[in-house]
Design a protein around this ligand. Structure first.
Ligand code: NAD
Ligand code: UD1
Length: 339
């Protein structure tokens, strides 16, 4: 059976992907330092996939640990989700972000080479595009991130492009996610941000469950139909399916792929609030406040290439995104904290 090391596998996207990998017949080993996730996720991944999943608590920056892991398992591939992802925090603590996301990736890639594992999927982000001056981003959109977090993603992409040049046997997929939302349809796993959520969807769902009194809508004076920001929200289950498709596609015919994973259809903040209200039957109180620094008015993916190369496209729409988020939130009001 093909074995895959999933770094960051107890996190939001990693946990959903781990289930789909197990369901697709991959043997899954998770490495996570639990800096932004809970150990209780592992049992839920096993429960939902009905398969055993190995979990190793540890840090991708730990050379010795990685050497042990690679000597104890024969991996076919690595999916590298582990990373810090809060934009505001990255501006305040740049060294922590470069160390975790960039230095950590270097340690991982170095140990992969030593172990002879050359197949990798890397979690990149639409953030690598910055602000190109237009709103539909193809993979050829110039790479010019406007924050530290985005620069860590671009640096790792650059490292991987250089690695491929230096050792052509590498098989690498750079997947640039747009805005992942939603949860597993069972409501057993979902997004569980520690502290105050930075992103829209978890904030809305915490308002709905009563953990926060109201949502702040960051600006209604953008040049969009209702004045609020437009984003390409993608269901995390579609995103997970994109990883399984990428793993199956990577090979001699497609040895290096760079793909946007999005739906191509953006929604505004007010549309997301209405959709969530429809799905939950709960009114979401909100207040319009000033714009958030660093926000763009609108962007979304041109996801044609992923369809062409992977035969993958997002299937789940805004109603499922909201219904699944709400199912997760209402059955786990304190996230995994109730374990
Ligand atoms: P997450 O925080 O839920 O998951 C990341 C996991 O990595 C966490 O479980 C955390 O504990 C772990 N981790 C962090 N640093 C580590 C280290 N040094 N060693 C071991 N484990 C470590 O985030 P997510 O939303 O699941 O994101 C997964 C990846 O996708 C990240 O790399 C993120 O930058 C990228 N991404 C996320 C989004 C998004 O909106 N969620 C968008 C684009 C890209
Ligand atoms: C943010 C990050 C981006 C990252 C993405 C991952 C910033 C500046 N950008 O993008 O780098 O890749 O998350 O998902 O942080 N909004 C509100 N109120 C809130 C939260 C958000 O009105 O409490 C609005 C935002 O202004 C935006 C939209 O909702 O218009 C989506 O915001 P968010 O979920 O934070 O995602 P991005 O800003 O797209």
């Amino acid at each position: 059976m093909r074995k895959v090391l999933v770094t960051g596998g107890t996190g939001y996207i990693g946990s959903h992907t781990a289930i789909q990998l197990a369901n697709a017949g991959f043997e899954v080993v998770i490495l996570d330092n639990l800096s932004n996730s809970s150990k209780g996720v592992v049992a839920r991944i096993e429960e939902l996939s009905k398969r055993q999943v190995d979990f190793i608590e540890g840090d991708i920056r730990d050379h010795e640990l990685l050497r042990n892991i690679f000597s104890q398992h024969t991996f076919d591939s690595v999916i590298h989700f582990a990373g810090l992802k809060a934009v505001g925090e990255s501006e305040e603590q740049p060294l922590r972000y470069f160390d975790n996301n960039v230095s950590g990736s270097i340690v991982l890639f170095d140990e992969m080479i030593k172990a002879g594992v050359y197949k990798l999927i890397f979690s990149s982000s639409a953030t690598v595009y910055g602000d190109p001056g237009y709103v539909c981003y193809s993979e050829n959109t110039p790479l010019a991130p406007i924050n530290v977090y985005g620069r860590t993603k671009l640096m790792v992409e650059d490292i991987l492009r250089d690695l491929k040049k230096s050792q052509p046997k590498w098989q690498i997929a750079l997947l640039r996610y747009f805005n992942p939302v939603g949860a597993h349809e069972s409501g057993r796993i979902g997004e569980n941000p520690f502290g105050v959520p930075n992103n829209l969807m978890p904030f809305i769902s915490q308002v709905a469950i009563g953990r926060r009194s109201k949502l702040m809508v960051y600006g209604n004076d953008y040049a969009t139909p209702d004045g609020t920001g437009l984003r390409d929200y993608i269901h995390v289950e579609d995103l997970a399916a994109g990883h399984v498709a990428a793993l199956k596609t990577l090979g001699d015919v497609n040895p290096f792929i760079t793909l946007n994973l999005g739906t191509g259809k953006p929604y505004s903040v007010l549309e997301m609030i209405s959709a969530f209200e429809r799905a939950s039957g709960i009114k979401i109180p909100y207040e319009i406040v000033g714009r958030r620094a660093g926000d763009l008015s609108e962007y979304y993916a041109n996801a044609d290439l992923a369809k062409e190369i992977l035969g993958w496209q997002a299937k789940l729409g805004i109603d499922r995104m909201c219904a699944d988020t709400w199912c997760w939130q209402k059955s786990n009001p304190e996230g995994y904290g109730i374990d």
